[in-house]
Design a protein around this ligand. Structure first.
Ligand SMILES: [Fe+2]
Length: 315
């Protein structure tokens, strides 16, 4: 197993070899050359992959799918419910419009359901449902090896953000139940989609359960956490003039829904509070008149993610 720390805006990917060569998550689209280099460096060049498996359909986990399919014929496996929405040309696909995160169109060749098994690398893996961060989020578990691939179910120092405004408060109970189930497994190694390596899986799972428990008891915490994460990520991949940041945020579907459904306030007021908090916390700053996320990341080249319109991009 090779863990590919691609860095933001990409999620951490994992490639399994020694058997069927399987890539778990494919990074953000504009990082495709970095993904290919990381795969080659791991001794598993992109054209030798047998399958890509997605933990969930966010842009930073599926962005490499389209080119791996088009250039190397690599099939994609993903949650069956997401596969159906993608096949039906659902405008909500990948949350690309809601989150303002462009995703190049791909298709799902192999729908996955919780309880499915797949052979990847040297191990047999079980597909586990870990809903919360998205309703159809999947994790992969290799019981013989004690290895757990978490996607954004939880991280070493954070939990996956939860879009209460879209998915309802039940998403918090689902997330909590999910990490409590994972905590019953004899996990030796766990890999998550972002942040530092998980050095102590039982402790990380216990901490995530505690955090999701607090969010369930006080859902506004979850909503605030999600709003901060979503806006900070958007600023890694979108050009927003610093002076327009509040207006940009106030016009986004995710923010409008959070303002009206969770915070009972106006989008303008929520945008002002959110931008103020991110600036105060040093998460967002300004460079050359542009609002920037201060978490290290590699910006997409200018104009990336625009050409081709709906034929080429989800949303
Ligand atoms: Fe995600």
């Amino acid at each position: 197993m090779h863990v590919l720390h691609l860095g933001y805006p990409s999620a951490t990917a994992v490639v399994l070899d020694g058997g069927p060569r399987v890539l778990v998550d494919s990074g953000y689209g504009s990082d495709h050359d970095r993904l290919r280099a990381a795969l080659a460096g791991a001794g598993v060049p992109a054209d030798t992959l047998d399958l890509v498996v997605n933990t969930h359909w966010h842009s930073d986990h599926v962005g490499g799918n389209a080119r791996l399919q088009a250039e190397h014929g690599v099939p994609v496996a993903a949650a069956a419910a997401d596969a159906a929405r993608i096949a039906a040309d659902d405008p909500g696909a990948c949350g690309a419009v809601r989150l303002d995160q462009p995703v190049e169109r791909y298709r799902v060749d192999r729908p996955l359901r919780p309880g499915d098994h797949l052979r990847a690398g040297r191990a047999d893996w079980e597909v586990l449902a870990t809903p919360g961060h998205t309703p159809t989020h999947l994790s992969l578990w290799a019981p013989d090896e004690g290895v757990l691939l978490l996607g954004d179910a939880l991280h070493a120092d954070d939990v996956g953000w939860i879009d209460l405004a879209a998915d309802g408060h039940g998403a918090l109970a689902d997330a909590l139940a999910g990490v409590e189930r994972l905590a019953t497994l004899p996990v030796r190694v766990a890999v998550s989609g972002h942040g530092p390596p998980i050095t102590d899986p039982p402790r990380a799972l216990a901490a995530a359960a505690e955090r999701y428990g607090r969010m369930r008891d006080e859902p506004v915490r979850a909503a605030w956490h999600a709003c901060k994460r979503i806006l900070a990520f958007a600023l890694m991949v979108r050009d927003v003039p610093a002076d327009d940041l509040e207006a940009y945020a106030a016009g986004r579907p995710w923010l409008v829904d959070h303002a009206t459904r969770v915070f009972a306030t106006s989008p303008g007021d929520l945008a002002r509070d959110l931008v103020g908090e991110l600036r105060r916390a040093g998460a967002v700053g300004e460079r050359g008149g542009r609002a920037v996320c201060l978490t290290p990341h590699r910006r997409p080249p200018a104009g990336w993610g625009v050409a081709g319109g709906r034929d080429r991009w989800f949303g």
